[in-house]
Design a protein around this ligand. Structure first.
Ligand code: ZN
Length: 96
């Protein structure tokens, strides 16, 4: 993925946002941060981008940020650098 450091995207208060194939970021990122964003990249490919953004937005409105399926998967697995090697399709909607 292509990493783009800048001071516009994402909005202030957020550290990074993945808009595949780009990861836009404002501040220093560590390995865990990169892994988190790369997991979102995989989710986006899987849902053909538009599906990801629609579902993400709807879940954010109705459930709140902490309960977005995509965020739950990314936070739960961001410490595992090998996570994407064994990840199953649509893992964000599968029970662990
Ligand atoms: Zn995230």
């Amino acid at each position: 993925m292509i990493r783009v450091k800048n001071s516009i995207i994402p909005f202030k208060g957020f550290k990074a946002i993945t808009l595949w194939p780009f990861i836009f970021f404002r501040e220093e990122m560590n390995a865990v941060d990169w892994n988190h964003e790369t997991i979102h990249g995989r989710q986006q490919i899987e849902l053909l981008f538009v599906g990801f953004y629609l579902i993400y937005f709807v879940e954010w409105i109705f459930k709140g940020y902490d309960r977005i399926s995509f965020e739950k998967e990314a936070y739960a697995n961001q410490d595992n650098q090998d996570y994407l090697k064994g990840r199953k399709v649509f893992a964000m909607w599968k029970n662990k």
